[in-house]
Structure formats: C-alpha cells, structure tokens
Design a protein around this ligand. Structure first.
Ligand SMILES: [Fe+2]
Ligand SMILES: [Fe+2]
Length: 212
C-alpha cells in the first residue's frame, strides 16, 4: 500500500470515528493512536491478510463497513422477536466502536525485519517481513478492550463483541467454562456474532495476502 492510500485510509478512519462516536474520551483515544502507536501504518498480520504497511487501519475499516451491512441484514430478516429487539438496539456508534477498535491489540506489535529466501536461480535474496514483539501479552480481544478502556468507557455489548471477535478460533486451547462464556456472549447481543462474522469474512475472503 503506498503512502497516499495509507493517508487516505487514516483520514477516512478518523472522520468515521468523529462522525459516529460521541463518547467522552474518544479524542484522547484517537490522539493516543496517532501519537503513541503505529496503528495507521502497521500491518494487519505478519503473514496473512493485509500483511503490509497500512493493513491494520484498512482491515478495521473493512470490518466496520461489512458489520454495518450485516447488521442491516440481520435487522431486516431476523424472525425471533427477542433477537430482533436486541439487534434493533445496536447503534451505529456500537458498531463503529466494536469494529474500528477490535484489533487495537495489534498496535506496536509487529516489528519490520529483513527475511531471506532463495530466488529461482538459487541465490539468497532478502524480502520485507514482520516479527511479533508483544509487550502486553494478555490475550487478543482482551488486550483491545483494555486499550480502549484506558481512554473511553465501553458498554457491555461492545466489550463482549471486541473480546470475542475471534469466535471459536480463540477456543482451541480453552476450557469448557470459557466456551460457555463465549456462547453466553453470543446470547447477550447479536453484535458479538456480527463483529466476528465481519472479521472472519474480511480477513478470509476480501483481503489480500502479499507473498514475497
Ligand atoms: Fe483480531
Ligand atoms: Fe480483525
């Protein structure tokens, strides 16, 4: 991604935040992201979706746009009255906060490194890669919740959606009580499933992986 695109995505991200999020602390959170983190230039992963500069911001925008569409679809077509009521209560602000901040755990995490491989002629060549350096290894969604909470209060539905945005993919090594918590989180608000679905679809179907 070139610098112009990275800057455009940054401005889009900031303007959506300011348009949709009217909560005390939002400006402090945005200032933190701009001044103390690499959020706008970081990759979204080291080897997979959007593993390039600017990937994290673009991925967050992709999740936001898809989550908006999924929410509208859920509200339109859901038949269960209790779930419909819960889905209707989800605001544009809830979606913006959960989607745009779900992966803040990835800020200041990926360090650029030079990697080596053999080219077609068998010569060693270098290519750009990333290495993980987690300074606060406290979990994935959990860490995102903590970072946001330092600046701005989150409602329960937003906490659950951010915490569980990896869905069952966080579950491999987890205990039965943890799995039960995940299902309870899904029950509390459709926002949990919407953010998880948007994250899963964007990262697996919509976003490119650069191979070197
Ligand atoms: Fe994530
Ligand atoms: Fe994500």
């Amino acid at each position: 991604m070139d610098e112009t695109r990275i800057e455009q995505n940054k401005q889009t991200y900031l303007s959506i935040c300011r348009q949709l999020i009217n909560r005390e602390g939002i400006e402090n959170l945005l200032a933190y992201l701009e001044e103390k983190t690499d959020f706008f230039t970081a990759p979204s992963s080291s080897k997979f979706h959007l593993n390039e500069p600017g990937g994290l911001c673009l991925h967050s925008l992709n999740v936001f746009h898809l989550a908006q569409k999924l929410h509208a679809q859920v509200v339109d077509t859901i038949e269960d009255e209790t779930l419909k009521e819960k889905a209707q209560k989800i605001t544009a602000e809830n979606i913006a906060i959960s989607a745009l901040f779900h992966d803040l755990c990835k800020t200041n995490l990926y360090k650029p490194v030079e990697r080596y491989k053999k080219d077609n002629a068998g010569r060693w060549v270098t290519y750009p890669g990333y290495e993980l350096d987690d300074q606060l290894p406290i979990g994935h969604g959990e860490k995102s919740c903590l970072i946001v909470h330092r600046f701005m209060k989150l409602y329960k539905e937003e906490l659950l959606a951010i915490r569980w945005h990896m869905g069952m993919f966080d579950m491999g090594e987890q205990s039965a009580p943890m799995r039960s918590s995940f299902y309870k989180a899904l029950d509390q608000s459709p926002l949990t499933a919407i953010i998880h679905a948007a994250d899963f679809l964007t990262s697996n179907c919509l976003e490119v992986t650069t191979t070197y």
